[in-house]
Design a protein around this ligand. Structure first.
Ligand SMILES: [Mg+2]
Ligand SMILES: [Zn+2]
Length: 189
């Protein structure tokens, strides 16, 4: 039996929760509001046996707009809101750095590679990233995962799939797992 696990890497802002306006950041727990259906989608991913990890750019930390402590409180709030729907994330990774100063700010793949390093049972090639920005897709491509771009409207993307929201993406991921068994999650169409 293989102990390999598939991960679903979830972007945070705009994927799990309502994004702050352009140029602004979520700076307090009260500012975090889940998108419709997001928590139930995470619960379904949990129930499917997938390893769910949040991967989020938080450049506002580098810019002094929120502290690491505030960021931790926001992530705790996220966990509480998910738990109200019986959902959880298995891990969370944030890039607190400014643009061009690190190897983990998406579109760089560092957050995904760190997750794989800390959890050797994860197979990136059988994993998927879901996000509302092309930088999420790019991070997944560089890390070797399958990719799903979230967009409610038609969008040009290098992603393997475009889904309208996280519930639709979760259905796609879980459906792929069902139909392919131990095969790669990827490249169903
Ligand atoms: Mg986003
Ligand atoms: Zn970084």
């Amino acid at each position: 039996m293989s102990a390999i696990r598939r991960a679903v890497f979830l972007d945070r802002d705009g994927t799990l929760n309502v994004k702050a306006p352009d140029g602004e950041y979520i700076t307090s727990p009260a500012g975090l509001r889940l998108l419709p259906g997001a928590a139930d989608a995470v619960r379904q991913l949990n129930e499917a046996g997938l390893f769910v990890a949040v991967v989020t750019n938080q450049r506002g930390i580098a810019r002094g707009l929120l502290s690491l402590h505030a960021h931790a409180q926001i992530m705790t709030r996220l966990a509480v809101l998910l738990a109200q729907h019986g959902a959880h994330v298995d891990a969370a990774y944030a890039c607190p750095h400014d643009t061009g100063t690190c190897d983990c700010r998406k579109p760089a793949p560092g957050l995904l590679l760190r997750a794989a390093g800390e959890h050797p049972d994860l197979d990136l090639r059988q994993s998927v990233i879901v996000g509302d920005a092309e930088s999420d897709v790019e991070a997944g491509l560089r890390a070797g995962t399958w990719t799903i771009r979230l967009s409610a409207i038609p969008v040009g993307s290098r992603a393997d799939h475009v889904a309208r929201d996280l519930p639709a993406a979760a259905s796609l991921v879980i459906g792929a797992q069902d139909s392919h068994g131990r095969d790669r999650l990827a490249r169903v169409s």
